[in-house]
Ligand binder design. Structure first.
Ligand code: BES
Ligand code: MN
Ligand code: ZN
Length: 515
C-alpha cells in the first residue's frame, strides 16, 4: 500500500505545468539592448524618451514615419547613436492623460501592454525592457498585468528552443518602481497567475488532465493558501449521495468521475458564499452518441468551465479578498464503452429528479445537474454561477466575442454586462423562458437532456436551471465559443485556452461582494 502511494505521488509530480512569466519594475534607466517605449499622440513621452531624444533623433523618427501613437500602433526605429541601445519599438499610448487623470480605461492599458509584449517578442530575438513612461501607478499596474497576460504561450511541449514565443522575465521601467510593483503584486498578479494556471490546465491534453489529475494538480497549486479547504467526492461518494447524473456520464470511462469542492472563506463566518460551478468534462467524445472525428480533439478543452471556476477562487484567494467563495468542479470523461450509458437510459439526480438520456453527447448539463444542486442546497449561496462549454449553438450565435448569459433573475444582467466590458471577458444576454423549460419535459422521466424541440443553448440553460431552486440567484454562462481559440488577442499570446471567466468574475465579485 505504502509503495503504491509512493509510486502514485511520483506520478503526480511528473505533471509540471508551463512556467509563469515574472514582472519586475525597476527605476534604473535602461542602458543597453532593445527598448519598448510608450509614446502619446502628438509625440509626447516621459523622462526616458526625453533623455534619449536630446538630439531630436526620436522626434525626427516619429515625424518621418508619420507615427500616430494611437492605441495599437507600433513603429520600430534605430536607437540614437549616442545611446548604447540597439533598437526602439515605439508603442502608441493614445491620448495623454489630462489633469483629471488617465484617459485610457484599465482595459485600454492592459491591451496596450499585451500588444506591446507580443510585438516585442515578434520583433526582437532577445528580451526587451519596457518603458511606458507614465508615472500613474494604476496605469503601470494595468500595463504590467496586460503585458503578463499577453505574454502567455503554451509552449511546454516544444523541444526546440527556437520555437519559444515568450519573454519569461519582463522588466518595466517606472520612476516609482516600488509603488507600481506593490500595486501590481497585490491587485493583478494573483489574477494573472490564476489565468496562467487555468490556461495551462485547459491546454493540457486529456491523457494528462483527467478527473483525478485535475484534482491533484489544483490541490498541489492551492496548497498553503490561507482560508482554503478542499474536499473531493469519488465515484463511491457519488453513489452514496445519489449523484446519478454525474456518475452516469463517468461510467463509460476507465478514469472515474470526481467532484472537487474548494472553499475559500475569506469573508465573515456565516456570510452566504458565491458558489461557482464548472463543467469539467476532461474529454468529450460524445459517448455512445459519438461526435464526428474532425474537431473532436478540441474536446480536451471541455473542462474549461471547471478550470475557470477554481481559477476564479484562486485569484480571489491570492488577492486576500474578504469574501466567501466556493468553487465546484464537476469532473468526468465522456467515453463510449461497454459500461457507458445509452440514449434512453434513465438516471436519478441528487435532487431526486429523474432524467431520460436522449443524447449522451449532452453530458455537460448532466454533470452540472448534480453540481449546481449540491452547491445550492449545501451552501445556500448569495449567488450561484455556472460556467460551461455547453453548446455548439452558442458559439455559432455569438462567435468568439461573447459568452452567452442566461438567468431567471434579469436584474443581474446589467452588472454582468458591465463587468464584461470592464474586464474584457464580454457577455451577451440570451433568453430563458417557459418554453425552454417545456421543451425538456419528458414522457418517461421528469426531464430529458436533449430532444427535438430542445437543441439550443436556451434549452441547455433550462435543463441546468431545473436543478437550482427558483429563489436562488443563479446565472449560467455558456462559454463554448470563447473558452478557446481566440485570435489576435492582446490578453493571450497563445492559441488554445483563453481562461475565459476569471477576468469577468474577478471584476464582478470584487465589485459586488467585497466590503
Ligand atoms: N462540449 C459540447 C459543446 C461544444 C461543442 C463546445 C463544440 C464547443 C464546441 C457539448 O457537450 C455538446 O456536445 N453539446 C451538444 C448538445 C446537444 C447534443 C443537445 C451540441 O451542442 O451539439
Ligand atoms: Mn457533448
Ligand atoms: Zn461537452
Amino acid at each position: 500500500m505504502k509503495k503504491l502511494l509512493m509510486i502514485s505521488m511520483l506520478l503526480f509530480s511528473t505533471i509540471s505545468l508551463a512556467k509563469t512569466t515574472t514582472i519586475t519594475f525597476t527605476d534604473q534607466m535602461p542602458t543597453e539592448g532593445n527598448l519598448v517605449l510608450g509614446v502619446y499622440e502628438g509625440g509626447e513621452f516621459g523622462p526616458i524618451g526625453q533623455k534619449l531624444d536630446q538630439n531630436g533623433d526620436i522626434s525626427h523618427a516619429i515625424k518621418a514615419a508619420a507615427f500616430t501613437a494611437k492605441i495599437d500602433s507600433t513603429q520600430l526605429i534605430v536607437a540614437p547613436k549616442d545611446s548604447d541601445l540597439d533598437q526602439i519599438l515605439l508603442v502608441g499610448l493614445g491620448q495623454k492623460p489630462n489633469q483629471e487623470g488617465t484617459k485610457n480605461s484599465a482595459l485600454d492599458w492592459q491591451n496596450i501592454g499585451g500588444h506591446a509584449i507580443q510585438k516585442a517578442v515578434d520583433t526582437f530575438k532577445t528580451p526587451a525592457i519596457f518603458a511606458f513612461d507614465t508615472d500613474n501607478t494604476d496605469a503601470l499596474a494595468n500595463l504590467a498585468y496586460g503585458t503578463k497576460l499577453g505574454s502567455y504561450y503554451f509552449d511546454k511541449y516544444y523541444t526546440s528552443n527556437k520555437r519559444i514565443k515568450t519573454q519569461a522575465e519582463i522588466t518595466l521601467y517606472a520612476a516609482q518602481a516600488t509603488a507600481a510593483q506593490k500595486s501590481f503584486d497585490n491587485n493583478w498578479n494573483p489574477v494573472a497567475n490564476a489565468i496562467y494556471h487555468t490556461r495551462n490546465m485547459s491546454n493540457e491534453p486529456a491523457n494528462i488532465i483527467y478527473p483525478q489529475s485535475f484534482v491533484d494538480v489544483w490541490t498541489d497549486h492551492l496548497k498553503g493558501m490561507k482560508n482554503v479547504k478542499i474536499k473531493t467526492f469519488d465515484e463511491k461518494d457519488m453513489q452514496k449521495k445519489g449523484m446519478g447524473a454525474i456518475y452516469g456520464v463517468g461510467k463509460g470511462s476507465a478514469r472515474q468521475p470526481r467532484m472537487m469542492v474548494v472553499e475559500y472563506m475569506g469573508g465573515k463566518k456565516g456570510d452566504a458564499p458565491v458558489v461557482i460551478v464548472g463543467k469539467g468534462i476532461t474529454f468529450d467524445t460524445g459517448g455512445i452518441s459519438l461526435k464526428n472525428p474532425s474537431n473532436m480533439w478540441n474536446m480536451k478543452f471541455d473542462m474549461s468551465g471547471a478550470a475557470s471556476a477554481v481559477g476564479t477562487l484562486y485569484a480571489l484567494a491570492g488577492q486576500n479578498a474578504e469574501i466567501n467563495i466556493v468553487a465546484i468542479a464537476a469532473l468526468a470523461e465522456n467515453m463510449p464503452d461497454a459500461n457507458a450509458q445509452r440514449p434512453g437510459d434513465v438516471v436519478t439526480s441528487m435532487s431526486g429528479k429523474t432524467i431520460q438520456i436522449r443524447s449522451t453527447d449532452a453530458e455537460g448539463r448532466l454533470v452540472l445537474a448534480d453540481g449546481v444542486y449540491y452547491g445550492d442546497v449545501t451552501y445556500d449561496p448569495a449567488l450561484l454561477i455556472d460556467l460551461a462549454t455547453l453548446t455548439g449553438s452558442v458559439g455559432r450565435a455569438l462567435g468568439k466575442d461573447y459568452s452567452g448569459l442566461f438567468t431567471r433573475h434579469d436584474d443581474l444582467v446589467d452588472g454582468f454586462v458591465a463587468a464584461g466590458k470592464a474586464s474584457g471577458d464580454e457577455v451577451w444576454h440570451l433568453p430563458l423562458n417557459d418554453n425552454h423549460f417545456k421543451a425538456i419535459e419528458n414522457e418517461v422521466a421528469d426531464v430529458m437532456n436533449s430532444g427535438p424541440d430542445a437543441p439550443g443553448a436556451s434549452a441547455g440553460a433550462a435543463f441546468i436551471g431545473t436543478f437550482v431552486r427558483e429563489e436562488t440567484k443563479w446565472v449560467h454562462f455558456d462559454i463554448a465559443g470563447v473558452a478557446w481559440g481566440g485570435k489576435n488577442q492582446a490578453h493571450n499570446g497563445s492559441p488554445g485556452s483563453t481562461g475565459y471567466g476569471i477576468r469577468l468574475l474577478n471584476e464582478y465579485i470584487l465589485k459586488h461582494y467585497s466590503k
